[in-house]
Ligand binder design. Structure first.
Ligand SMILES: Cc1cc2nc3c(=O)[nH]c(=O)nc-3n(C[C@H](O)[C@H](O)[C@H](O)COP(=O)(O)O)c2cc1C
Length: 163
């Protein structure tokens, strides 16, 4: 299964997580893409798309995602799998990792199958667009307050999406 990782990152946190996911899943550097300087049609080359965004503003996507996401939505993603991840800050408790929920909402009608849901009960927040009740739409990481939890979460999640 050919895997591509696409990320948007304002200060480098999500970019670093993308590289860690790549090394845990055996994805080569050439298949890690910053959405700021990648054409959306390249996503057509992959069977599994691992998509990551930090959350900015008042619960918004990282800026570089907007144009890329429009291009991605124009593709037929039928038969592809998508796994979502995001970096955020639990103290922004009404918008925690909203970007993951925004990616899900905007891609859910593209024909792709979503994998990599993660349990909600290990996070502390009031509201998140990434939440679907008991599960989150993808892997959420809080490198601001809980970096010590990241390695174990990455291991669990990468095993989940590889299986
Ligand atoms: C101005 C500002 C607004 C933010 N808004 C949110 C938010 O609404 N929800 C959230 O979970 N995190 C929010 N964050 C936290 C960032 O998503 C977090 O620091 C993340 O690790 C940044 O990743 P990046 O360097 O890849 O962009 C915000 C951070 C800043 C500085």
């Amino acid at each position: 299964m050919k895997t591509g990782i696409y990320y948007g990152s304002a200060t480098g946190t999500t970019a670093e997580i993308a590289r860690r996911i790549a090394s845990m899943t055996g994805v080569s550097d050439a298949d890690i893409h910053d959405v700021a300087d990648t054409a959306p049609h390249t996503a057509g080359d992959y069977d599994l798309l691992i998509l990551g965004s930090s959350t900015w503003g008042n619960g918004e996507l990282e800026d570089d995602w907007y144009d890329f996401l429009d291009g991605l939505r124009a593709l037929d993603l039928t038969g592809k799998k998508i796994a979502l991840f995001g970096c955020g800050d639990e103290t922004m408790s009404d918008t925690f990792c909203n970007a993951v929920g925004i990616l899900y909402d905007r891609l859910k009608d593209t024909g792709a199958t979503f994998i990599g849901e993660f349990p909600a009960d290990e996070y502390h927040f009031d509201k998140s667009a990434a939440s679907d009740g008991a599960v989150m739409r993808g892997l959420l990481l809080d490198e601001v307050n809980h970096p010590e939890l990241t390695t174990a979460r990455l291991r669990r999640w990468t095993e989940l999406i590889k299986s």
